[in-house]
Design a protein around this ligand. Structure first.
Ligand SMILES: NC(=O)CC[C@H](N)C(=O)O
Length: 383
């Protein structure tokens, strides 16, 4: 345990609640939507999931940081969330893969951490009142001033956060699943398909799964047009996860609408929501969202329950579905839509994260289903 004096930090919510604790990581002041994640492990993957852009993430598990950080498990170039809140930070990590402590990692990345607050009280508040905007500061510790700042901060609804995290240019991806993905259900397949992955803030384990099942992947920025994507002559298009509200992303919805019916399409999370919007459905904001590695989902086609990894605050509205959308998966906690397919076009998607990272591997079969859809479409073209 470090003997350094801890400096104070304060988290204030727009509803007037205030939490005083100790600062770790970087110093400064940030605003964001305050959300919680129920995973017991996987903080390295959570910190680097670009879908958390714009959010202050609280872990419900009470001890975080005990296995340090390693750069094999990260899901993007670096943390994209606004701030990280834990009950107790472990300052002396112990794991053979650890390269640095969570405290040092966040300090170097410029991300503010808050420890030592009653995270159960914060999470109960978020569950009963819904996700709320907050301000975390190490420089202003005046509750009234911070509450006023939280109340003046913009809501995540209506913002385009994709352009903050998507890549500036296209690139190729070749890395397969790593040595520690021992639960990967399939051996590595020879390369058979060319997939264009539209990157709205993609988690890298999705790319590792795609290459693992035999895809050569070209990653393109989320603002790419249908003409640019078709010019790459892919066998299929993948729509990635990403941050924020899907509805303002009109350029992405237009591109997907233009691609529909031309190529097999597979979407995850934000990609699922955008596919739904392109097909004519609507999305809505969930009260406090689903974030964790323990969410039960029913696959309605075979009645099997998958335990899934999730991170989303929006969902497709079941009352808005056009006739050609079939719901394929449902969340067993709140019955919201977790998966769908188009009945008249080769396109399907899931709201949850079959690539796990972190989380259970129950749903990795979906990457193979995408390959089957590409096989089917190639056969149809030949016939
Ligand atoms: N992980 C994701 O892609 C999240 C999708 C979207 N930003 C949401 O919060 O619902």
């Amino acid at each position: 345990m470090s003997q350094e004096a801890k400096s104070s930090a304060c988290l204030a919510l727009a509803d007037g609640s205030v939490f005083f604790g100790s600062a770790f990581g970087a110093t400064g002041e940030v605003t964001g939507e305050v959300v919680f994640n129920t995973s017991m492990t996987g903080y390295g993957e959570i910190l680097t999931d670009p879908s958390y852009c714009g959010q202050i993430v609280t872990m419900t598990y009470p001890l975080i940081g005990n296995y340090g950080i390693n750069f094999e498990d990260v899901e993007s170039k670096g943390p994209r969330l606004r701030a990280f809140v834990v009950r107790e930070l472990c300052r002396a990590p112990s794991n053979f893969r650890s390269e640095l402590s969570l405290d040092d990692y966040l300090r170097k990345a410029g991300i503010i951490g808050l420890e030592g607050i009653d995270t159960r009280s914060l999470v109960r508040r978020l569950r009963s009142r819904g996700a709320v905007t907050g301000v975390l500061s190490t420089v202003d510790l005046d509750p009234q001033s911070l509450i006023a700042k939280a109340q003046a901060a913009p809501s995540i609804v209506g913002q385009d956060l994709v352009q903050e995290v998507m890549p500036a240019a296209s690139f190729s991806w070749t890395e397969k699943l790593g040595n520690f993905a021992t639960l990967a259900p399939q051996d590595s397949q020879p390369t058979r398909y060319h997939v264009v992955a539209i990157d709205y803030g993609m988690k890298w384990n999705i790319l590792r799964h795609l290459t693992q099942v035999g895809c050569r992947v070209t990653v393109v920025p989320g603002t790419s047009t249908a003409a640019e994507i078709l010019a790459l002559q892919p066998d299929g298009v993948f729509l990635s996860n990403g941050p924020g509200d899907p509805e303002p992303l009109t350029y992405a919805i237009r591109t997907i609408r233009e691609l529909l019916g031309k190529l097999p399409i597979f979407g995850i999370c934000l990609g699922h929501q955008l596919l739904g919007l392109a097909a004519g459905a609507r999305t809505f904001k969930l009260k406090f969202g689903h974030r964790g590695a323990n969410q039960p989902v029913m696959n309605l086609r075979n009645s099997k329950v998958e335990i899934t990894s999730q991170n989303h605050g929006f969902a497709i509205d079941a009352l808005s579905l056009p006739a050609n959308i079939e719901v394929t998966h449902r969340n067993l906690n709140d019955q919201t839509i977790e998966g769908m397919r188009l009945t008249d076009q080769p396109a399907f998607s899931v709201q949850y994260h079959p690539e796990a990272a972190a989380g259970p591997h129950d749903s990795a079969y979906l990457f193979e289903e995408f390959c089957s859809l590409m096989d089917l479409s190639a056969e149809k073209t030949k016939a």
